[in-house]
Each structure stands twice: as structure tokens, then as C-alpha cells.
Design a protein around this ligand. Structure first.
Ligand SMILES: Cc1cc2nc3c(=O)[nH]c(=O)nc-3n(C[C@H](O)[C@H](O)[C@H](O)COP(=O)(O)OP(=O)(O)OC[C@H]3O[C@@H](n4cnc5c(N)ncnc54)[C@H](O)[C@@H]3O)c2cc1C
Length: 413
């Protein structure tokens, strides 16, 4: 096997096909500069090029492609939010995930296996009824299931009958799913670069030029670049990068951790999340159990993972599925999440003309990658925010028009 692999690798019959051209020289100016080569920046570049004919675009990424939160997330995709604005937006995101492999001619391994959120208290169950009503009203597949329903959906689950964490019911979201995060980013990058978008890795934006209230370009560690429009999509660095243009975002950063176990035979065919245990699990296509929970309780830019969180996640996972005791943890990691006060993103205009925001994605932005990319591209191309994005404007915090999604975010992301 290793020998045939080597022969295959060295054979002229199978030349290396570089999907992303090597980083070119930076031009002096572009129509659009996107700061941040994560899923959001790359998706926006793709939609700009493919649907709006805007190809004079540079994506500037300080590290390697999608090495920020896109690489660190646990890939929950869902639309079971609370506010009508949030549900409408994320519902479009789930739909676009369903079409993504065809759109990008790249298998992003979207698996719509449904998400089950567990209620261990009557109060949680009541809140699930509210969410199910809202969701159904907005056309998502969302229902409250009783104990028998939970057992049918997840037969190996510890129901803890009579115990302090008895599962009283669940919120079943048949639209929920998961996809391969690096495939999403690479698919968008490949399609964007095929249409002429330049992707510049290892290129840090250090300053943003603003003249008479309008953005005119950026300064990078490879030189100054003029731009007609600039979009900020920098994940955990959004606050700092917006500050370069004098824009102060209502964002505070918290670490968010996750871990994976050794691979197991496929046995878990839904996403499972427990509000009370602050733990969720999904089995990856490789068989690893991806386990996540809530954010760390303190603000920090640290991406170190902690023993406390590992113990917490292991405890939650073993409580839900006691047979996991003894399964080994392979990796643990953390990302920096840019949290807004209402747990909703900030998209659209900034106080600086021509400077667009795709920020505040906290712990929930992977699922929004295609819809944010598509709608931000529309915004930049038209110079106008479409109705679906209008509620997420930065000035909602001044108008007290917040979109409170805290209850729908919790440990589910
Ligand atoms: C542990 C964890 C689990 C998560 N789980 C989920 C989940 O299950 N579902 C979900 O929907 N979301 C989840 N999220 C959130 C999700 O990962 C993010 O919201 C999403 O990836 C944001 O994508 P992005 O492209 O905006 O940011 P990123 O992927 O972080 O990309 C931003 C890029 O900007 C670059 N950058 C920063 N500063 C500069 C600069 N000055 N110049 C140039 N480039 C710069 C960074 O290097 C980075 O690559 C999770 C996050 C974490 C950390």
C-alpha cells in the first residue's frame, strides 16, 4: 500500500493540481478588499465574483486560509433560533448548505441528520414549546418530542429516569446538520480564485485608511493597497480590526473550547445537545466524537485549552452516554469568539462609508457562512443592505432594537 501510494504520488499521470494559485504580488488597488480569509470572507468573495461580476477582489489573510475559527468550529448547522429575523436568516443558510456541494463542485459532506436538544427541566421544556411554535410559523422543521420520542431518536441516551437530570423531552430540529468545515472554506476559495479573486495568505492588515469619512484602502505588512470598498470578516479579531478604522464594535471576546475522541464505529446519527449539562456531541465522518460546550466564563484572547473544560465536557458526554467511559480524547483546542450583547451578528454598514461589517459571529457563525457570504456580496455590489440583513445593523444597539438569541445559542452554537 505505501509503495503504490508513492508510485501514484510521483507519477506524471497524476500531476498536482493546485486549487488555489500561490499568493500573487499585491496590486496597488482593488475594487474590493476583504480582510480575513475565513469561511465568511471567502464565501463573500465567491458570491461577489460569480453573481455580481465583481472579480477585482483581494482576500487578505494574516495566517493561512481558514485557520481561524472556521478551522476550530464544531460544525453545527441549524435554524432553530428564537427571533423571526434570526430564523429567517439562518433558514436561508441551511438551504444554501443543502445546495453547496453542487454550487462549488466540491463535496462539503453536508449531512442533514437532525439536531436533538434535551430538556432536563420543565422550564426548558416550556421554552422549547415557544421555539417550536416560532420555528414552525417561520417554516422550519421543529417540534417538541416527549420522552418516548427522545428514546426513538437517540436510543443509546441515558434518560436518567427518576434521577436529577431526567430527560423530560427534547426539541427535534430535522433541518439541523453538519458539514466539513475545511471543505467549505476550500470550496469557496477555489471557486473565487477561478474567477479571478486574489487570495493573499500571510498578509496582515495593520491599518485602515479613511479620508473624509470614507474608506480608501488598507495598509498591510506587504504594503499599502487602495480599495473602493473594504469588508471586515476577521472572526476573533473583529474588534481590533474595526478599531483600525476608528469603529468601536460592541464585542467582547471569550475563548470557546472543543475536543474530539478517538474514532468509533458509527453509532450516533443525530446531533445531541444538553442545555443543563452545557455539552453537545456529534459524530464526525471519521467516527470521532466531536464534543463541545459553553464559552469560558472570562474574557480572553487565549486559545489555550484547559483541563477544567476537558473534565467538564467528558463528564457531560459520559453522563449522556455512559458507555463512552474509557474512550480516549485525541485533541482539544480553543478559538476566540467575538460575542455581541444579544448573541446576534453585526452585518452591513459601518459609520465609515464603504467599510462593511461581517462581524460578531461569536460561537454561531459557521452555519451562516453561505448566507452571510451571499448577502454581504449583494450588499457590497449594490452598496445597499438587503431587507434580510437590515435587522443585524450595528446601530440596532443605539436604537434598542436588539435581537436576543441568548436562549437559542447556549451550548448548541
Ligand atoms: C470551538 C468552537 C466551536 C464552534 N462551533 C460552532 C458550531 O458548531 N456552529 C457554528 O455555526 N459556529 C461555531 N463556532 C463559531 C464559528 O467558528 C465562527 O463564528 C465562524 O467560523 C466565523 O467565521 P469567519 O470567517 O467570520 O472567521 P474566521 O474563520 O475566524 O476567519 C477570520 C480570519 O481573519 C484573519 N484575520 C484576523 N485579523 C486579521 C488581519 N489584521 N489581517 C488579515 N487577516 C486577519 C484570521 O487569521 C482568520 O483566518 C465555533 C467556534 C469555536 C471557536
Amino acid at each position: 500500500m505505501p509503495l503504490s501510494l508513492l508510485k501514484y504520488g510521483l507519477s506524471r499521470d497524476y500531476p498536482v493540481t493546485g486549487d488555489i494559485p500561490a499568493t500573487p504580488d499585491l496590486k496597488r488597488s482593488y475594487d474590493v478588499v476583504i480582510v480575513g480569509g475565513g469561511g465568511h470572507g471567502l464565501a463573500c468573495a465567491h458570491y461577489l465574483a460569480k453573481y455580481h461580476g465583481v472579480t477585482d477582489v483581494a482576500v487578505l489573510e494574516k495566517g493561512y486560509l481558514a485557520g481561524g475559527n472556521t478551522a476550530r468550529n464544531t460544525t453545527t448547522i441549524r435554524s432553530n433560533y428564537i427571533t423571526p429575523e434570526g430564523i429567517a436568516f439562518y433558514k436561508e443558510g441551511v438551504k444554501l448548505y443543502g445546495e453547496m456541494s453542487g454550487e462549488l463542485d466540491f463535496n462539503v459532506m453536508f449531512s442533514q441528520r437532525g439536531q436533538l436538544t434535551l430538556a432536563h427541566t420543565e422550564a426548558t421544556l416550556r421554552s422549547f414549546h415557544l421555539r417550536a411554535e416560532m420555528g414552525r410559523h417561520m417554516g422550519t422543521r421543529l417540534e417538541v418530542v416527549d420522552q418516548k420520542g427522545v428514546e426513538a431518536l437517540c436510543p443509546r441516551l441515558n434518560m436518567d429516569y427518576g434521577g436529577p437530570l431526567e430527560v423530560l423531552g427534547g426539541l427535534w430540529h430535522a433541518d439541523g446538520g453538519t458539514a466539513r468545515h475545511d471543505a467549505v472554506a476550500w470550496g469557496y476559495a477555489r471557486e473565487a480564485s477561478r474567477r479571478g479573486v486574489e487570495i493573499h495568505q500571510r498578509t496582515t492588515v495593520e491599518a485602515i485608511d479613511v479620508e473624509k469619512g470614507r474608506v480608501t484602502g488598507v495598509v498591510t505588512d506587504r504594503g499599502r493597497v487602495a480599495a473602493g470598498a473594504v469588508m471586515i470578516a476577521c472572526g476573533g479579531a473583529n474588534y481590533e480590526v474595526a478599531k483600525l478604522a476608528g469603529v468601536e464594535l460592541p464585542i467582547r471576546c471569550y475563548p470557546l473550547q472543543a475536543m474530539v475522541t478517538q474514532p468509533l464505529k458509527p453509532w450516533l446519527d443525530t446531533l445531541v445537545s444538553s442545555v443543563s449539562l452545557h455539552t453537545y456531541l456529534v459524530q464526525s465522518s471519521r467516527g470521532e466524537l466531536v464534543i463541545g460546550g459553553g464559552s469560558d466564563p472570562y474574557m480572553s484572547y487565549s486559545t489555550r485549552s484547559t483541563l477544567e473544560m476537558k473534565e467538564h465536557l467528558a463528564e457531560g458526554a459520559v453522563h449522556l452516554f455512559p458507555f463512552l467511559k474509557g474512550v480516549r480524547v485525541l485533541r482539544q483546542w480553543a478559538g476566540t469568539t467575538d460575542m455581541t450583547p444579544d448573541y446576534s451578528p453585526i452585518m452591513g454598514a459601518s459609520p465609515v462609508d464603504g467599510l462593511w461589517l461581517d462581524c460578531g459571529w461569536g460561537t454561531w457563525g459557521f452555519k451562516a457562512t453561505p448566507v452571510a457570504g451571499k448577502r454581504m456580496a449583494e450588499t457590497i455590489a449594490a452598496g445597499k443592505v438587503p431587507d434580510i440583513l437590515a435587522p443585524f445593523a450595528l446601530d440596532r444597539f443605539e436604537r434598542f432594537a436588539v435581537l436576543n438569541e441568548m436562549g437559542a445559542t447556549a451550548a448548541s452554537h
